[in-house]
Write a protein that binds this ligand. Structure first.
Ligand code: F6P
Length: 297
């Protein structure tokens, strides 16, 4: 079984991108340890989106920032836990965006959580689209620690075994149709009839529910099982929903599309959405192609 490093070498990735992934891999191992051994309490502060930060959110953010800074390859960094993007190294050619610990409120109940990463070979995020990323990845901290990544030619899973990430699934493939659903933001159905109708269709068609409340494990479920639909719609009051384009939906869309799935905001592909601010939100429907199509308005 190829290790993550061996896989990247076999793909002739640029040395800078390789270093960025080595830093990510190292940070993921550290975050996995921090989840196991550190305090699960609140930090007493809020992130840029006004959500309460856990001590673990801040620690994970610091672990990633430190790891990327050390590479000297990263120019700009944007994190869900930071108000603004910050310059890490004037000579860096890449910009990285991450959600350090997505679903962190699920740590206390011992559900799976994750880290999401998007990598751009630009010195700016604004005006770019997720399609322009050079790579994307997420880590899942569950019964096992895994990294799912894509450098634009397929999406692959690596599992932490004896301190090394080794490839456990090559070229994940998502079926066009599915009977598994992960419906986020259910309360949107109170005001949005179109969402209520889709939910009714899924229920009447006996779809199987697989929803954990964490975007990373929910999307990972789709990738590993090879089918499914995850939805997080907006409402008339909050048309952009909750999830962020740069830190969450963009990288996830890149990984899912590289596994033959699709992702849209109800109208256009998530990969084609222009990033106009780093904390920009978007509705999302992601997973099996035919099911994503059904969610288009
Ligand atoms: O953005 C964080 C997150 O926890 C996602 O992982 C998850 O899909 C979503 O929020 C769930 O949000 P809520 O429970 O508020 O609908």
């Amino acid at each position: 079984m190829a290790t993550l490093v061996q896989y990247l070498k076999s793909q002739d990735v640029e040395s800078s991108l390789m270093e960025i992934f080595l830093a990510f891999e190292k940070a993921v191992k550290e975050i996995a340890k921090a989840i196991n051994f550190s305090d699960g309490g609140y930090a007493g502060s809020q992130n840029a989106s006004g959500e309460e930060q856990l001590a673990l959110d801040i620690l994970s953010d610091q672990i990633l920032e430190k790891a990327f800074k050390k590479t000297e390859k990263v120019y700009l960094v944007a994190s869900e836990e930071k108000e603004e993007a910050i310059i890490l190294n004037e000579n860096g050619q890449y910009s990285v965006a991450y959600d350090p610990l997505d679903g962190s409120s699920l740590v206390n109940v011992n559900f799976a959580v994750g880290t999401i990463l998007g990598v751009f070979k630009f010195k700016e995020f604004l005006g770019k689209t997720p399609k322009e990323m050079s790579a994307a990845a997420f880590a899942v901290y569950g019964p096992r620690t895994t990294i799912v990544l894509s450098i634009g030619n397929g999406t692959h899973e690596f599992t932490l075994r004896h301190s090394e990430f080794v490839m456990t699934r090559e070229n994940l493939k998502i079926k066009e149709n599915t009977k598994i659903f992960a419906p986020g933001n259910l309360k949107a159905a109170i005001t949005e009839n179109w969402y209520r109708n889709i939910l009714k269709y899924w229920l009447d068609s006996a779809y199987k529910l697989r929803y954990s409340g964490g975007m990373v494990p929910d999307i990972n479920h789709i990738l590993v099982k090879g089918e499914g639909i995850f939805a997080y719609p907006g409402t008339k009051k909050e048309p952009d929903g909750k999830l962020r384009l740069l830190f969450e939906c963009g990288p996830m869309a890149y990984l899912i599309e590289n596994a033959r799935g699709a992702a849209c905001d109800g109208k256009i592909s998530i990969l084609d959405k222009q990033i106009s601010s780093i904390h920009q939100r978007t509705p999302i429907f992601i997973g099996s192609k035919a099911e994503v199509e059904r969610c288009k308005m």
